[in-house]
Design a protein around this ligand. Structure first.
Ligand code: URA
Length: 216
């Protein structure tokens, strides 16, 4: 699949066992998710523009690549599960702005309903804005579509937007690709399908419940 970047690595597979298997508790889930998140965000930030700057090592002056200091980086976690990516994402990108996007899924229509996007705004030159939209699960793709569309409508070029998820369903990937062509999707796996309730199969269950320990 074009522009779907799947991180295939034994350490990721090992942590996906803990993430997927229902025998593990929430703490183990969060620890494994954190480990996988480092790999996801290193991959997701591969596309950021760089600029040569002068530095001085103990031996000499030299030119060196650095992330272009003139760009604005936005982390856009989709509430609530997307928040679980923020610690690692902010550690890797300490100057990034975090803009929470609140949508819940109507259980009948499976359509997202907005309830919060107060922090959503971008800098004066949208071509210098780079956005990482964060949600552990790319399921139907409806929330992801809404989130990405917010930034595109503000003039952020599609090539500056990356969608980061732990797991994806083919249905969600298709929705994003049908609407946004070459959108970049970073994930560890594209699973088999969605069930009738919109859950990814085999998946991991409800990501928010596992992260926040709200399984009853
Ligand atoms: N959201 C989840 O938490 N899990 C899924 O499988 C799909 C959407």
């Amino acid at each position: 699949m074009k522009n779907v970047f799947i991180i295939n690595h034994p350490v990721i597979s090992h942590n996906l066992v803990t993430i997927r298997d229902k025998q593990y508790d929430c703490e183990s889930f969060r620890t494994a998710m954190k480990r996988v998140s480092y790999a996801l965000f290193l991959e997701a930030t591969r596309f950021l523009p760089t600029k040569q700057i002068e530095i001085e090592t103990p031996l000499c002056k030299t030119m060196h690549d650095d992330i272009d200091p003139d760009i604005e980086i936005i982390l856009a976690p989709i509430l609530r599960a997307g928040v679980a990516f923020c610690d690692v994402a902010q550690e890797i990108l300490p100057t990034a702005k975090v803009q929470h996007l609140g949508m819940y899924r109507d259980e009948e229509t499976l359509q997202p309903v907005w309830y919060y996007n107060k922090t959503f705004r971008i800098g004066e030159d949208p071509t210098k804005t780079h956005v990482l939209v964060l949600d552990p699960m790319l399921a139907t793709g409806n929330s992801a579509y809404n989130a990405i569309k917010c930034y595109i409508d503000k003039g952020v070029p599609l090539e500056n937007i990356v969608f980061v998820c732990l797991l994806a369903a083919p249905e969600g990937v298709k929705l994003l690709q049908d609407n946004f062509g070459d959108i970049k999707i970073i994930t560890t796996h594209v699973d088999s399908h969605l069930n009738e309730k919109g859950y990814i199969v085999p998946g991991l269950g409800d990501a928010g419940d596992k992260i926040f320990n709200t399984r009853y």
